[in-house]
Design a protein around this ligand. Sequence first.
Ligand code: ANZ
Length: 804
Amino acid sequence: MDFSHKAIEKKWQKFWEENQTFKTTNKNDKKAYILDMFPYPSGAGLHVGHPRGYTATDIIARVRRMQGYDVLHPIGWDAFGLPAEQYALKTGNDPREFTSKNIQVFKKQLQTLGFSFDYNKEINTSDPNYYKITQWIFQKLYENGLAETREADVNWCEELGTVLANEEVLNQNGKMVSEVGGFEVIKKPMKQWVLKITKYADRLLAGLENLDWPNSVKELQKNWIGKSQGLEINFEVVESKKVINVFTTRADTIFGVTYLVLAPEHLEVLNLTTNDQKKSVEKYILETKSKTDIDRQDDSKPKTGVFTGSYAKNPVNGEKLPIYIADYVLKDYGSGAVMAVPAHDPRDWEFAQKYKLSIKFVQKSKTTDKPFVGETQIINSEFLNELTPKEALKKITKFLEDKKIANKKINYKLRDWLFSRQRFYGEPFPLLFLEDGSIALIPENELPVLLPKIDYIKPSGTGESPLANAKEWVNTTYQGQKARRETNTMPQWAGSCWYYLAYILTTSPNNFVDIKSEEAFSLFKKWLPVDLYIGGQEHAVLHLLYARFWHQVLFDLKIVPTPEPFQKLLNQGMILGENGEKMSKSKGNVINPDEIVDSHGADTLRIYEMFMGPIDAALPWSFKGLDGSRKWLDRVYRLITNKKITTKNNQNLDFIYNETVAKVTQMIEDLKYNTAISQMMVFVNAANKEDEIYKPYAEGFIKMLCVFAPHLGEELWEVLGNKGSIAYQQWPQSDADKMQKNNTTVAVQINGKLRATILVNVGTQKDQLLELAKNEGNIKNYLHGKQIIKEIVVVDKIVNLVIK
Ligand code: ANZ
């Protein structure tokens, strides 16, 4: 190896830290907020996937500084979380100590990779100063009617005496069991906080329009919100005053309804159940409790259900319809009841087949041995016959509305956000339950509500969080009344909902400008929205949706000036193991970035990860590729240190240098880092053929190099006799005049085989090209004594002579 990466990298990391090179500036009229999804500081440390996204943002941050922008490029820690709590439960240690140790490790690892983060802006979601503001935002949500308590299901494990997070629950043959021990888990209703994100459903949809996000992510968000326009139709129950309200998007098929289905949890189920059906209905309801919604919606699973014994009447033709319960109908969607049209709905079809229910086709279909889903004419439907489904829908809607049997209804798949966790290690809720049943918010000047110190964290046994064990903390008084604290804590999502705002407000690590002050507002005005946000695809839905929701609420409260937080988004692709599989300890294909930094250097790792392929593609790791990247950096080092660097331009590199500047600048703008590196390689190859290099070209090249390989960039900048950091040097400009290419190489073939090349003026015409080609020494020999039977010429490219 030609240079000592260890010496160089250490030297420049020290320099940057001592000189506070990357401290956020506030002196330009242009700004760039370049953000990474902040890491959860797990015990495992950084993996090679992290540097891929972090290098991608680092490159832009560095380019923007050189282009005269104020740059905000921060990092922090998503530090509350389940693993720390699980560790504490297992070992009796404090999750805070464990987390802070992990943070030290992570930070050190990041520093060795040479990212240009402003560590003055470091934040930690579990720091009391930080969660004070998380609590304050929650209070705003509450005051504005966007937070309330409701009974909602949790995953309860009787054997372990605790509520489990979804990730702690496994699915075993359609039944929920605990990951630890394999014990039965059932859904149990508990009083919990929910945030009414559904009130923002339309705004969350509309806001997507103007964002520069991958279409795939927008689609995922749209589907998650799942706006659906339909009708709620009343079906009278036979011989009863009861009415069942169903939600349907296909009222045009109402003449094809042959039965109704209720979710087993539907409140009317037991009232509708006849005595002889009671036993089987109750048994089925119980069985449903241990099934997840995902499982219930899984179309590959056989459909099950039970007859209630009651019937309803079809409002359009009076037909008698048996009422069933079945778990494929979910209680929380629509009205929790459906009108089943087995001929045109595959799930209803399967159910009807199994329980021998009648099937009636109400759309033209060539076959009747399977459900028909399509756009054909309506049949068997009296006054709807011969209409298209669309026309029929219009007509039946009016008909049912006029008779006051139905209402138009918009439904969303999006559910209100269950915001309580039965956990110790999260933000405490900033409120008290008073003896008289009311809720009091903790006054703002008494925030934060601190997480108490507990000697030994253990389950409460009641389903409440381990905080319930801290009796002194839980039981308190408020204005002379007895009061009780909330023992649930907030989910990990809470801290990550506003961390990008926290960076803006940070004056030193975890110290913040008051979020509702004028100063805060003008800082938000300066920096928002985030100009580039890079992170994993796994956050495509929840994190991004929750953060957008909080942001829109804060926008309505005039805390932030922009309606959306993240203007441009990119998901970096995963780095797979050498065998092309996902890296995992059990497969033994995990690459440790520390080892690579040690053996090849951080610059090599950065260049390699950017050169692997498109930034959003999943790609396998390759040591060969890594070695190749290092060899190229060695080549660059030799080029600058061995070649004569002159102040006189012999013009040989005019074209290639200016072309490289133009292309690399544009490719970086398009986040096409792999091709930008290829172009730099082309320049290095050309420069290597020269005896001397014009100094401004050497310097311009190093400026481009330094955003990818910052340590070597700084070092070579110094080698060329410059003082101080390269980080704020002006980004190179390309000279369009010098990019006019005068000469071009034309291939000369004989009978399709390349036999020579000739250098000609661009645009040299056919006759002249032919003459030049025929007079080329090698070609002359080939032509000697032969007859030319065909001449093919493509100007600027090729001459092909066919001879005999
Ligand atoms: C009759 C019908 C006939 C339906 C047909 C579909 C096809 P989206 O578009 O996703 O909103 N549905 C309603 N509530 C449900 C619930 N709680 N659980 C499960 N399924 C439910 O889907 C709306 C359709 O999903 C509704 O339209 C209803 O079935 C079903 F040929 O009604 B349809």
